[in-house]
Design a protein around this ligand. Sequence first.
Ligand SMILES: [Zn+2]
Length: 285
Amino acid sequence: MPELPEVETIRRQLAERLPGRTIARAAVEDALLVSPEDPEAFSAQVEGRRIEAVGRRGKYLLVELDSGDTLAMHLRMTGHLHWRPGAPGGPGDDGERFLRARFDLDDGSTVTFGDMRRFGRAWIVPATLQDREGYWAARVGIEPLSPRFTGRVLARLLEGRRGPIKAVLLNQALVAGLGNMYVDEALFQARIHPLRPAGSLDPDEIRRVHRAIRDRLAAAGGAGGASIDSYRDSLGERGSMQDLLRVHLREGEPCPRCRTTIRKTRVAQRGTYWCPRCQPEPPPW
Ligand SMILES: [Zn+2]
């Protein structure tokens, strides 16, 4: 599943290519993508509009249109956006196997939304919406790469929470865009067991977690994200972060720090990887 670094990679690529272009045609091939909106009503709101910017909140991609409307998209499990200089299926291009929508731009380039499992969504956030910040704040928490995300802010978010640190960090309403893979990696780097109650971390441990989150996200951004399963960026390329994972998906392999065998369990219904020596188990309460 794409997490923050993957979505940010796509955003960066689209932000280099889309602003200034007009959407000549928007064809919704799968009504579920825009549900409960009617596909034709959806298309009518984007066709003929010029793209002003491509932004992001958490894992939501935001295409700002000159009408003041925002075309919001969420890739969920297997969704992906693919930009091409021409039409899909051209020379050297095998097209889009799970096409859900296609956007033709005025210079002949196209953006396709493909999605095998069909959890991805696209919708319009209307220009008439007054409280945009409130709209997004209700869906996603603080951006972990923004300067506002400090150790002190993280400490406040964790304070008093009895849930496992891993589950708390996965909560999109608290910290935006962190997913299973990067939480495992950050907790390993910070030497914190994923089942530690979030509120039990001391100030030094919180500082370590804060630093590790920023560090792992930055590393992933530099690597163009991780291509596990189906992830490709908007140019169809794989990221290389999967090669830099230290514990995630490495059950049975030696810990890169202490050579102890990496283990796997389930936390918050997610496969969770950790080193039993570097990340000691919390005492039973
Ligand atoms: Zn270890």
